[in-house]
Structure formats: structure tokens, C-alpha cells
Design a protein around this ligand. Structure first.
Ligand code: MG
Length: 258
């Protein structure tokens, strides 16, 4: 879809006259780091070890869900009932141990160039992730120096519900100062930010928060999965989004419904 048309459609649906961009909220796994392949392989090995059928690609479908949530969906499908708390704990521990042995995930190609462009445009890049892995969070500073501010990050330590609930992105709007300053209720202004997501549940969360949501399809799922989740726009990679940033920014700044 043409970029300007995607922005126009968003503005029409959301009721905003125009965008007033202040921040850009980036998901981490599968967007800033090429870490989803490790997660997918570990989930596949864990499920197989505990007797469940779970192809690697399915992990991309559940990305963003809590470990327990994913385990229960598979347990229901394969056994007709939820897993016990002990089973969930044991499986999640197994998966985490495998993950710790995985090779370090590389930064996603194009991510750092894009972040520098975003910041150079006067827009504050933020991270909004369901991950609580201190190693990866620390590596954000190492791989993307001078881009993110710790106090603006939303991680697993901040949120109760996680994606696909809009909570992480609503909190991101709040932390980023995207609200009506003279409003006592602190009304959030979703048109002051954009979301960049790779996962269907993450896209759902961004859309549910009312934010213009850009999907980057860095995994094996078909594009339709991300469009069906509500993505306003889709790019095949972070590099492609980086290459088209100027065009996108122009459309975000100039398009109005007036
Ligand atoms: Mg992700």
C-alpha cells in the first residue's frame, strides 16, 4: 500500500486531523535484534522434549505472549487441558536454559541506521518490549549507543499484561510524554507516536493502543498475518524501512484529513 494512503486511512479511522510525531516505539526481539530464530528453536526443542508438537514457525505466531500463555495454548490443543503451574515452571526453565546457551543474537540489519535517522529527525526512539532479559537490554546500549534513554524504556518489569494487550504501548505513550498537558485525566495522544513491530500480537497491541503501527516482516509468517493483526503499513525488513524513512516521515508530517 502506498505510504501516504496508509497514513490517510489511519487518520480517518482514528479521528485525528494529522500526526504530531514526538516518539517512535520500537519492539526489540525481531525488530532491533535478530533474536527470534533463537527463541523459535528453543521453544521447538522444549516442547518436543516435553512431548508436544510445536514447529519452529509457530513460535513466531505466539511471539509476545507470556511463556505460560504459549504453553497453555499448546497443552489445550494436545491434551485438552491447561498445564499445571509446576509444568509451566519446569518448561519455562528448560527453555530459558537453552536460550542462555544460544549464540548472541545479532543486531537486525538496518536497525542502527534507521534509529540514527529517526533521532536525527528530532523524534525520540523508545524501546517497548515484553522481554525482561537483562543481557539483551544491556546490549541495547552497546549495539545502539546514544540512541535510547533508560527511563523511557518499557520492559517486562513495567507491565502486567503484555502484548497483545495495549498496556505496553499505552505506557510507552505516557513515558514518552504523548498526552494532553492541560488534561487532568492525562489523555494520551496516540497520534504523537508510531509503533514498529514484527509480531502479529505486537501489531495487535500497537493498534489497540490507537497508534499508527508499522509491521516489519522479519520472520517466516506470511504478510497477511500482520495485515490481519491490523498493521497500517508493512515493510519486508528493517533495511527497507530505513531506506524509505524520508518518504515515510514526509507522509507522516504532511498528510491531513482536512
Ligand atoms: Mg518482536
Amino acid at each position: 500500500m502506498e505510504i501516504q494512503e496508509a497514513v490517510r486511512r489511519y487518520l480517518q479511522t482514528s479521528g485525528f486531523g494529522q500526526m504530531a510525531l514526538k516518539t517512535a516505539m520500537f519492539d526489540m526481539d525481531g525488530v532491533l535484534f535478530d533474536s527470534m530464530r533463537n527463541h523459535a528453536r528453543c521453544w521447538h526443542e522444549t516442547m518436543t522434549h516435553f512431548g508436544f508438537d510445536f514447529p519452529e514457525w509457530e513460535a513466531f505466531l505466539h511471539e509476545g505472549r507470556t511463556g505460560g500463555g504459549t504453553i497453555n495454548i499448546v497443552s489445550q490443543r494436545e491434551r485438552g487441558h491447561d498445564a499445571t503451574a509446576e509444568e509451566i515452571e519446569e518448561m519455562y526453565r528448560y527453555k530459558s536454559e537453552l536460550f542462555d546457551q544460544c549464540p548472541e543474537a545479532e543486531p537486525m540489519p538496518g536497525a542502527y541506521s534507521l534509529l540514527k535517522k529517526v533521532k536525527g529527525s528530532g523524534i525520540t526512539p523508545m524501546v517497548v518490549t515484553g522481554s525482561g532479559q537483562r543481557i539483551l537490554l544491556k546490549r541495547l546500549q552497546k549495539n545502539f549507543p546514544y540512541i535510547f534513554r533508560q527511563e523511557l524504556m518499557v520492559t517486562a518489569f513495567d507491565v502486567k499484561k503484555g502484548k497483545p494487550d495495549p498496556e505496553p504501548y499505552l505506557m510507552g505513550l505516557e513515558k514518552g510524554g504523548c498526552f494532553l498537558s492541560n488534561s487532568t485525566e492525562g489523555t494520551l495522544k496516540a497520534n504523537e507516536s508510531i509503533v514498529i513491530e514484527n509480531a502479529p500480537l505486537g501489531v495487535e497491541a500497537g493498534v489497540a493502543a490507537g497508534v499508527f503501527t508499522i509491521a516489519v516482516n522479519t520472520g517466516p509468517l506470511p504478510d497477511e498475518t500482520l495485515y490481519e493483526a491490523g498493521a497500517n503499513l508493512l515493510f519486508p525488513s528493517m533495511q527497507a524501512l530505513c531506506d524509505q524513512w524520508e518518504e515515510l516521515l514526509g507522509a507522516l508530517q504532511k498528510t491531513t484529513t482536512m
